[in-house]
Design a protein around this ligand. Structure first.
Ligand code: ADP
Ligand code: MG
Length: 362
């Protein structure tokens, strides 16, 4: 079988690595120049985009910000999964909020702002602690501005004056003081079968994920039910095929959706060691119409992102039950370079392994 992925970064690479044993060949499209590449070594392949689209059994994405003409071209093949509607809901916060509201899924209080002057109204409505998000092209905390008091408003308004807000409005959210962030990754097959990984806890630094604990500690059945209800409502509405990630803020007994990612997700990387079938294989199984694999947890896990620096020296592998996944990229500030998966019998063991790893992590 042959799968084409739009985007040629680490997510396409990990899909290719997990597809190989199943005989699924994964090709990727570099969305900046439309070249077809082998996602494992990033080498340009001697095949045109049109031919690759033609040859693919299924086409999917590794990120949601796909230029519209490319997305339309691929969509005409009838092989794109998940749908354009699902991909656009992940790419455009205005559409995402409309979808959540339509489905009555609890999310963070917000206001859509298409004129910097209206930020004052947002302060009146939502309070002076705000997080201001560009509705498109933001990820890993890019395209976000934080307002912690009214006094900062003129500075922020000035910083935003350059943006064309009529074209790309802002989604202004109340800054929540949540207890923690959790996410749900699951896969849905064409026949409607759904497989959930457990809720995981995500720790962020400067708007970017750095640590993920799977399963999240102290999760109640009521929280799981809310998360799975939101996921089911979304995939049913979108007639979704593939892996979907839903990020939540936990406020006491309630989960509020932060955002959705219509693709494999950084908070599912632990599943490469910690679950029976990893998210990458399950995404391929879903879009290739193969039976979904078991998402059973094999061991509690921690995933640590390596961000903006070289990978740690391989001596770190001397720490038992530690696995390194490098993405073959050159370091740049805030760039995800790889991740470390650690498994253990319990959280205490994971904590001890993390302590041992410290000396290799900057
Ligand atoms: P991205 O697309 O960059 O992941 P998010 O909307 O998930 O954008 O925001 C990144 C991070 O910023 C979140 O994981 C969370 O830590 C923080 N954040 C986002 N929105 C809010 C909010 N309304 N209140 C408090 N923190 C927030
Ligand atoms: Mg996010």
């Amino acid at each position: 079988m042959n799968v084409l992925i739009l985007g040629s970064g680490q997510l396409a690479r990990m899909m290719a690595l997990s597809g190989a044993p199943l005989g699924i060949e994964v090709r990727a499209v570099d969305v900046s120049n439309h070249k077809v590449v082998n996602p494992i070594d990033k080498k340009v392949m001697d095949i045109h985009l049109e031919t690759a689209i033609e040859a693919a059994d299924a086409i999917s994405v590794e990120f949601e910000h796909i230029p519209e003409p490319l997305l339309e071209q691929v969509n005409r093949s009838g092989k794109l999964m998940p749908s354009v509607e699902a991909i656009s809901a992940g790419a455009d916060r205005v559409k995402e909020k409309a979808l959540l509201d339509k489905l009555n899924i609890a999310n963070c209080p917000y206001m859509i702002v298409d004129d910097v002057a209206k930020l004052e109204q947002a302060v009146a409505q939502l309070g002076e602690k705000l997080i201001i998000k560009a509705s498109r092209n933001g990820y890993d905390g890019y395209g976000q501005w934080r307002l912690s008091s009214k006094e900062q408003l003129p500075d922020i308004q000035q910083a935003l004056a350059e943006l064309d807000l009529k074209k790309v409005p802002l989604v202004v959210e109340k800054m929540l003081s949540f207890e923690r962030e959790v996410s749900l990754v699951g896969a849905r097959a064409k026949n409607g079968q759904v497989a959930f990984y457990p809720l995981v806890e995500n720790l962020h630094h400067q708007g970017q994920l750095h640590t993920c604990v799977a399963p999240a500690p102290a999760i109640t059945p009521a929280l799981v039910a809310q998360a799975e209800h939101a996921f089911n409502a979304l995939v049913t509405e979108l007639n979704y095929v593939g892996v979907l990630a839903v990020e939540f803020f936990q406020m006491g007994d309630t989960l509020l959706v932060n955002e959705i990612a219509p693709r494999v997700h950084n908070s599912g990387h632990w599943s490469m060691q910690g679950a029976d079938t990893c998210q990458f294989e399950n995404h391929l199984r879903a879009i290739c119409e193969l039976p979904l694999g078991s998402t059973q947890v094999l061991a509690p896990s921690v995933m640590l992102n390596v961000i903006g620096c070289d990978l740690p020296p391989k001596d770190m592998l001397s720490v038992a039950r530690t696995h390194l996944h490098g993405y073959m990229k050159t370091p740049r500030a805030k760039r995800k370079m790889g991740h470390i998966n650690i498994t253990g019998n319990d959280y205490a063991e994971l904590g001890a392994a993390m302590q041992k790893l410290q000396k290799w992590l900057s």
